[in-house]
Each structure stands twice: as structure tokens, then as C-alpha cells.
Design a protein. Structure first.
Lengths: 114, 110
């Protein structure tokens, strides 16, 4: 079946602009995660959605970052007033219904802030 | 101290060698342990996961968890050039998100 898809695959934006990154999880998966991967760094957790529960936003680095998940499926990560340090690969993952721990990743969106 | 520590390498081995990749973790509440493989400019691909302690084998790959020493290992037998990638270990508790190591870059030379 289809895996996790993300769009765009690459995004170049100017400092100060807002960007939206999209994630389509695997059909039937109830959990959705956003991570950030910077050069030389591991994956950094950003936010986690599980079903209809309130999201776990504990990893968001500042209030410029926000995310939504509509209808329990597609998610959008928004970064406002982008800064150069926001340049990274943004990865989305989804998990099967609660009780399964494996996370399946999309290909990522490579964000470059100039 | 980072919650999951992983030697970044790089690690270079000849084709056919046995590869040992290792991580340590600090949080006793972690119950599940994953290994991901990431090729350049691709998303991480789940290789294996284990719940609690013990071994799990899948083809040429064996994952091992020792909770008493908080040590996670991945062994690759008969390594192939196609195994050249970055290997990420990850651990998690009941809250959902995974904590990742920084990854070990492996190169298998023909």
C-alpha cells in the first residue's frame, strides 16, 4: 500500500516568510508525528497527534511553529517568520492504532531559509 | 546527557563482514526499541523493533536489547554494499514519541 507522503519535497524560502509543510499518513494509521533533522543532528521530536486527543506539542521549539491535523488524517506543519536556523529536513511519521509502536516515515521536506 | 547516545562513526567494513552497531539509553521507562536505516536524502526506514529485553532476528539482521545495562545493539551478518547507509537507533516509552540517536554512518566496501 501507499506509504507516508509529504509535500513539497523541497522548499526554499526567504527569511521572515511563512511556510506550510504537508503530510499524508498511511491510511488507517491513527498516530502522526513530526520530527526535524538538522545536518549532523539526530531526529528532533516536534509534535504528536493521537486520534482525537489533544496533540503533544512539547517538542515545538518556539511559538512560530504550529501544526494541525484535519479529520484525523492529513497534517500541516506551519512555520511563521522563518529564520535561517529553521533550515532542516522536516519528517513526518505515522503509526498504526494504539498498541503498536512502530513509526513509518515519509521522505521528508527539505527546507532552506535564505 | 542525551537520552539516547550513538557513536556517529563513520564505520567502514569490507563486504561480508559482521557489523555491530550500538546505542545506550538513560531512561529506565523506555520499553520499546527501534532500528531505522536511512539512505542519503531519504526518510528513515524501519528495520526492526523490539519490546522490552531480548533478541529479535530477521534475515541477516539481529536486534538485541539489554535493559540491565541500557544497551541496544544491531548486528548485520554478511554485510553487503547495499547496507551502506546511516543507522539510527530509537527508544520510547508509553507517551508515543521516539528519542533518536544521532545515527551511525556505515560504509560496506566491495
Amino acid at each position: 500500500g501507499a506509504g507516508v507522503s509529504q509535500s513539497p519535497s523541497n522548499k526554499v524560502t526567504e527569511k521572515g516568510k511563512d511556510v506550510e509543510l504537508r503530510c499524508d499518513p498511511i491510511s488507517g494509521h491513527t498516530a502522526l508525528y513530526w520530527y526535524r533533522q538538522s545536518l549532523g543532528q539526530g531526529l528532533e521530536f516536534l509534535i504528536y497527534f493521537q486520534g482525537n486527543s489533544a496533540p503533544d506539542k512539547s517538542g515545538l521549539p518556539s511559538d512560530r511553529f504550529s501544526a494541525e491535523r484535519t479529520g484525523g488524517s492529513v497534517s500541516t506543519l506551519t512555520i511563521q517568520r522563518t529564520q535561517q536556523e529553521d533550515s532542516a529536513v522536516y519528517l513526518c511519521a505515522s503509526s498504526p492504532p494504539k498498541g503498536s509502536y512502530e513509526q513509518y516515515f515519509g521522505p521528508g521536506t527539505r527546507l532552506t531559509v535564505t | 546527557q542525551k537520552e539516547v547516545e550513538q557513536d556517529p562513526g563513520p564505520l567502514s567494513v569490507p563486504e561480508g563482514a559482521i557489523v555491530s552497531l550500538n546505542c545506550t539509553y538513560s531512561n529506565s521507562a523506555f520499553q520499546y526499541f527501534m532500528w531505522y536505516r536511512q539512505y542519503s536524502r531519504k526518510g528513515p526506514e524501519l528495520l526492526m523493533y523490539t519490546y522490552s529485553s531480548g533478541n529479535k532476528e530477521d534475515g541477516r539482521f539481529t536486534a538485541q536489547v539489554d535493559k540491565s545495562s541500557k544497551y541496544i545493539s544491531l548486528f548485520i551478518r554478511d554485510s553487503q554494499p547495499s547496507d551502506s547507509a546511516t543507522y539510527l537507533c530509537a527508544s520510547g516509552g508509553s507517551q508515543g514519541n521516539l528519542i533518536f540517536g544521532k545515527g551511525t554512518k556505515l560504509s560496506v566496501k566491495p
